[in-house]
Write a protein that binds this ligand. Structure first.
Ligand code: HEM
Length: 209
């Protein structure tokens, strides 16, 4: 097998340009975001063993996880706080990219990938909040559905159905939200992050333009 066909050689850099390891250039904010994503993935998978989406079942299973399941409260808190941390680090990472002008060519495509990632992470955070199934999440789901329904024709109604299903005003937890939050959005986000990392290397690595 030729050297460049070897996957391990492909993911490891052949050389590291001078200065790129400086923590004070990136503050490792992208790396921290990915670390949070991995932690969220692992704790999210553990939560899935006991969480049941639905009008009544959603909130009840959260209570069971927090009070009955061994270490359930710790896992839930880790999942929740890693999610909040990720929203903060992704935003700070974007500010760093703006600060160092790293959105300029040839990195403009990776900037756009980043924007898509930001939107995905925010929607993941929102759907997670709906899955708590509390009255607050019911209210949040109702507001989101009502805003979407303002889009004329049946477009808004259809979009609301696709994104949220039929949430009740007392609980935002539906099967539709659950599948977006636990399967579809994380898969797209993971794929985009891997592409983001590959593009960084393709665009010449992390260093001042
Ligand atoms: C899931 C969210 C994200 C993850 C995990 C992530 C991860 C990373 C990592 C690990 C780097 C290498 C340098 C560093 O650590 O700062 C990087 C670079 C970069 N990111 Fe992100 N990123 C995310 C979101 C974003 C967003 C929201 C934007 C902008 C809208 C963005 C734009 C960029 C650009 C342009 C670079 C190249 C920077 C340079 O070469 O200086 N990323 N990203």
């Amino acid at each position: 097998m030729k050297d460049q066909e070897n996957f391990v050689n492909h993911i490891r850099p052949r050389f590291v340009p001078n200065g790129v390891l400086s923590v004070f250039y990136t503050f490792c904010l992208g790396g921290l975001s990915f670390l949070a994503f991995v932690l969220i993935g692992i704790t999210g998978l553990l939560l899935m063993f006991h969480y049941q989406p639905g009008d009544r079942t959603g909130y009840n299973s959260i209570l069971t996880i927090a009070t009955v399941i061994p270490y359930g409260g710790v896992i839930r808190n880790l999942h929740y706080w890693a999610g909040q941390l990720m929203v903060v680090t992704v935003n700070l990472h974007m500010l760093r990219v703006v600060w160092t002008h790293s959105y300029k060519p040839p990195r403009q495509l990776n900037w756009l990938v980043g924007v898509a990632l930001l939107l995905l992470i925010l929607f993941l955070d929102f759907t997670g909040y709906l899955l708590i199934g509390s009255q607050e999440s019911g209210a949040a789901a109702t507001v989101a559905v009502n805003i979407l329904r303002l889009i004329p024709g049946n477009v808004g109604r259809g979009l609301a159905q696709i994104l949220f299903g039929e949430p009740s005003a007392l609980s935002g937890s539906t099967l539709v939200v659950y599948v977006w939050h636990c399967v579809a959005l994380p898969m797209v986000a993971l794929f985009l992050q891997l592409y983001h990392f590959w593009r960084i290397r393709r665009d010449g690595g992390v260093r001042p333009l």
